[in-house]
Design a protein around this ligand. Structure first.
Ligand SMILES: [Zn+2]
Length: 64
């Protein structure tokens, strides 16, 4: 697992995940006071989920 952890393949995967997270975070941004663009209260479950994912995968890209 150690070698895979720092592999270029994982970095590529992490970069793709961060890109996807950014797209979805844009879709789930605040559209009006306390309202997400999807119609739920801001921040909605999707936004919280993708913020966590972005933080998780972003850690793999820090030392680039
Ligand atoms: Zn939303």
């Amino acid at each position: 697992m150690g070698a895979l952890y720092t592999s270029a393949a994982l970095r590529e995967y992490a970069r793709a995940q961060v890109t996807q997270a950014d797209v979805l975070l844009t879709k789930h941004s605040e559209s009006a006071l306390s309202l997400c663009r999807c119609g739920r209260l801001h921040p909605c479950d999707d936004r919280r989920h993708w913020l966590r994912m972005r933080a998780h995968y972003g850690r793999f890209l820090i030392d680039e």
